[in-house]
Design a protein. Structure first.
Length: 167
């Protein structure tokens, strides 16, 4: 079987810049070896691969080949929000703003929340009240940390902004 017959043109296209064949389902193959390229996850959850000494995001390579970018948009959006789902039907070109609005409006991502409204908040105002009450009862920062399960540095940091009544 010759190399020209290995990759079905209905589901594979050659990347315009690199010696790669990109499948419509998001897999990437070397033209030289006809083998699927190894991908690994970035710390942000995207799949990437090395070409020479440089790493490239797999979804960008798939979009380069399969997704029309008539408006010359700079980013690739995963429509379903799954960062490792690089099927061409799941990708679209977008601006930074479109990508962020999609994450917020379609995927339900929360941006710009602070304080107790933030999903990342660990110490809430009610905890600070408990810290204050324990402090007023004579407990040390270390004891408050042990009793509440918060780290000593977290307790000390939050206690520094509280005005304490004298005992």
């Amino acid at each position: 079987m010759s190399d020209k017959n290995i990759f079905d043109p209905e589901i594979f296209k050659k990347h315009p810049k690199f010696p790669l064949m990109v499948c419509v389902d998001g897999r990437i193959f070397s033209i030289k070896t006809s083998r699927e390229r190894a991908l690994w996850k970035t710390r942000h959850g995207y799949l990437q691969l090395a070409i020479g000494r440089t790493s490239y995001l797999a979804h960008r390579l798939v979009a380069d080949v399969w997704v029309e970018n008539k408006d010359n948009k700079p980013e690739v959006n995963h429509k379903n929000g799954i960062k490792h789902d690089n099927r061409s039907e799941n990708l679209e070109w977008a601006t930074r703003r479109e990508n962020i609005l999609h994450a917020r409006d379609v995927l339900g991502s929360k941006f710009g929340l602070s304080g107790e409204q933030s999903p990342h908040t660990k110490i809430m105002e009610s905890h600070i009240l408990i810290f204050k009450n324990l402090w007023n009862e004579g407990y040390t920062h270390k004891e408050i940390s042990r009793l509440t399960g918060f780290s000593l540095s977290s307790v000390q940091r939050r206690m520094g902004v509280i005005e304490y009544d004298s005992v």
